[in-house]
Design a protein around this ligand. Structure first.
Ligand code: AKG
Length: 297
């Protein structure tokens, strides 16, 4: 058996680990000042401001259960664009997804003392699976979190989907086996399958010192672990998706006009304001960037 990914600063090793095992671990990529600022911003976000649970039960039962661990951050406005545009994150995102990528979600993830492990899952469960002519097709509009193709974590012999999402989880604290670090099933990104939560799969602890990141291909089976320590494990997850996919957060609506006006072109592209062919246009389908209605003459 080859060695499993361990923390490294070498981009070539990170990419090789990501390709082979479906995850990699970056070491020392955040400077102490940025990490401290990020922690302050995450700690300052009040859970009380979270809207009440929504009624569409099927999709949201999961979100409600995990909700106490998630805080949605407003990219472009929350003071942490340096994480979104971090060269290491974008290099790995483009390695997996190609030249044009979007920021899908920007969320803080805390695992509090006493929190149990999440169920293993993938982060592109919503993507229709390849079908064979004559098979019952996956209708995109019928997919929910509970429609899952369970299987084993070994490489598939049949075609599978490419990765269309990558997750870069910045470690604001140490991530350890004792405090609920991310757990991954190595190689599961090549299975084309989802993990049956009733089975105890062999997941490994992706331990990472504070200031590093654990990065995974969205097809990899993963979850946060159980926190048996007396302090929270805190991370910020920047997920990126291919340019043609719906983003986890609605960045266009989230941003206040003054924040939108101050965005760099790089952030405007990452947040989804740059057109992809004509997709994403507002009033001019040949423009480089879409513009909001309030800026129209
Ligand atoms: O917090 C983690 O380590 C993993 C989070 C995760 O898998 C998720 O929120 O989908």
């Amino acid at each position: 058996m080859t060695e499993l990914p361990s923390p490294t600063r070498d981009p070539a090793v990170l990419k090789a680990d990501l390709d082979r095992d479906g995850y990699c671990i970056a070491e020392g990529a955040l400077d102490a000042g940025l990490r401290a600022r990020a922690r302050e911003i995450v700690d300052g976000r009040s859970r009380a401001s979270r809207p009440a649970a929504r009624p569409d039960a099927d999709v949201d039962a999961w979100a409600i259960r995990e909700g106490d661990r998630w805080v949605l951050l407003i990219a472009g406005e929350c003071g942490l664009d340096a994480l979104v545009t971090h060269p290491l994150a974008l290099d790995l995102a483009r390695h997996l997804l190609g030249r044009r990528v979007l920021l899908s979600g920007f969320t803080a993830h805390a695992v509090h003392p006493g929190n149990t492990a999440m169920d293993l899952h993938t982060d592109q469960w919503w993507l229709p699976k390849p079908t064979t002519p004559g098979d019952d097709p996956f209708r995109p509009g019928d997919i929910t979190r509970s429609v899952r193709c369970f299987g084993r974590p070994e490489p598939s012999r049949r075609p599978i989907n490419p990765a269309v999402v990558i997750n870069v989880m910045w470690a604001l604290t140490d991530f350890t086996a004792g405090n609920g670090c991310t757990r991954v099933v190595p190689g599961s990104h090549l299975s084309g399958a989802e993990p049956d939560p009733a089975v105890a799969w062999d997941a490994v602890d992706a331990e990472v010192p504070a200031g590093g990141a654990v990065i995974w291909d969205a097809r990899a089976w993963h979850a946060s672990g159980r926190n048996t320590s007396d302090a929270a494990r805190v991370g910020i997850s920047a997920t990126y998706c291919g340019v043609q996919f719906r983003q986890l957060q609605n960045h266009a609506l989230a941003l206040r006009p003054d924040a939108f006006a101050g965005l760099s072109d790089e952030m405007r592209e990452l947040l989804g304001f740059r057109l992809f062919s004509s997709y994403g246009a507002t009033d001019d389908d040949e423009a480089m960037f879409a513009r909001p209605g309030y800026l129209r003459a």
